[in-house]
Design a protein around this ligand. Structure first.
Ligand code: ATP
Ligand code: MG
Length: 414
């Protein structure tokens, strides 16, 4: 047995951090619903082909990062490294293309075999949105606006920059690819090993390389924008104009290419300086070729995914846990009654803590440690009278309340 540590790159998420993650998921869901995006959930594993066919055989994810295995029935299975491929598979399998446009929100774990470091794990969590069936640039604008609204709602908009680029239509991409390969071929020997192998298979990805030497070479590469045809230019202009109309600032970054093969036209990332090397918090773009490439009906799409761990790190402060009401029997004989009272209050919607042992002062200490708002103290004399003491744990004020009307007396502490 390899010991009791979690597998490298995976983590146990304790209550405080889980609360932070949940806050981001819930905010994402609420903001997405405001835009008309409803939550779906696809399986955490799929046939490996779902990812191989959609992410492209040359992507980092497919070549290095997938958790793949053969299951007991002999099927080739992969733990999902990202959400879009599964959504596209769902659209095809469910015949959902009859009802376009479709607007979806999702959240959940993703798995990639990469080198763990701050903000980079092997099991991590994403929220994401997909808009399917809209080929107009207004779709790109809506998707980016939804990302911006989420960052605002979790209070990190001021720490992020929207970087924007276009990859154009496929004719423009093909034209640029040729120009880029010809330029990079002259520097072949100086490129990193990874990038040398990308040169034939996936040269656009070299623009995105994190290798210092690659970056120096790429800095002088011909610009994508010079290869864009009229249609691509017009599409991008409409996206930029739409963002400007909404007051969403952006900076153009012609080196920004998404790592996945099915992206076209708009590519964008919300990045931050505050997280060191792992600076991208939310990233996405348009993927018009994806559903068709999987064998489904040609269906345009645009979407993004955001890393929950990185958003939580950026947001910093963890939302407070709800403050409980502590029910405290002063003697062992009253613990049965305390249990019944706690149960009734919980059924009435209160968050109630019931310490299982210890004298009154020990239990009060625990109540304070749990940040309880108030305590219901059950002493033998009061209980005999059908009453209990309610103590405001912030002010120390006490009052007596009839057991039958505890809910009303505690309403202020909810
Ligand atoms: P990077 O360049 O950081 O590897 P990526 O291009 O692989 O990112 P995407 O596939 O676009 O990332 O995923 C969207 C978001 O998911 C990222 O911006 C990031 O916030 C988050 N993310 C991606 N990989 C990881 C990981 N291994 N651990 C934690 N978060 C991740
Ligand atoms: Mg990556």
């Amino acid at each position: 047995m390899a010991g009791l540590q979690p597998v490298r790159g995976t983590r146990d998420i304790l209550p405080e951090e889980r609360r932070a993650h949940r806050h981001i998921e819930e905010t994402g869901r609420i903001v997405a619903e405001r835009f008309g995006y409803e939550e779906i959930s696809t399986p955490i594993f799929e046939f490996s082909d779902v990812f191989r066919r959609t992410l492209g055989d040359t992507s980092d994810i497919v070549t290095k990062e997938m958790y793949s295995f053969t299951d007991k029935g002999g099927d080739e299975i992969t733990l999902r490294p990202e959400g879009t491929a599964g959504v596209a598979r769902m659209l095809i399998a469910g015949g959902l293309a009859q009802n376009l446009p479709l607007k979806y929100f999702y959240q959940g774990p993703m798995f990639r075999y990469e080198r763990p470091q701050k903000g980079r794990f092997r099991q991590f969590h994403q929220i994401g949105v997909e808009l399917l069936g809209v080929s107009e640039p207004e779709g790109d604008v809506e998707i980016i606006a939804l990302g911006a609204a989420l960052l605002e709602a979790i209070g990190v908009a001021g720490d992020t920059t929207l970087e924007l680029n276009t990859l154009g239509n496929s004719a423009s991409r093909a034209a640029y690819r040729e120009i880029l390969v010809s330029f990079l071929s002259d520097h072949r020997a100086d490129l990193s090993e990874d990038s040398q192998s990308r040169l034939e298979r996936n040269p656009l990805r070299i623009l995105d390389s994190k290798n210092e030497g690659d970056r120096r070479i790429v800095a002088d590469a011909p610009d994508f924008s010079d290869s864009l045809d009229a249609e691509s230019v017009e599409f991008f202009a409409a996206v930029k104009q739409g963002l400007e109309a909404l007051g969403i600032g952006y900076s153009l970054n012609s080196r920004l290419v998404r790592g996945l093969d099915y992206y076209c036209h708009t590519a964008f990332e919300f990045t931050t300086q505050a997280l060191g090397a792992q600076g991208t918090v939310l990233a996405g773009g348009r993927y018009d070729g994806l559903v068709g490439q999987m064998g489904g009906p040609e269906t345009p799409g645009v979407g993004w995914a955001a890393g929950i761990e990185r958003l939580a790190l950026l947001a910093g402060e963890t939302p407070m846990a709800p403050r409980p009401i502590a029910v405290i029997p002063v003697s062992r004989e009253l613990s049965g009654q305390a249990t019944v009272i706690a149960h009734d209050l919980r059924r009435g919607g209160f968050v109630v803590e019931l310490a299982f042992r210890g004298n009154m002062s020990k239990r009060l200490k625990r109540a304070n440690r749990l940040n309880a708002r108030a305590a219901v103290i059950l002493g033998p004399d009061e209980v005999a009278r059908g009453a209990a003491t309610i103590r405001d744990l912030d002010s120390g004020d006490q009052s007596e309340a009839a057991l039958g009307s505890l809910s009303e007396h505690l309403a202020a502490y909810r």
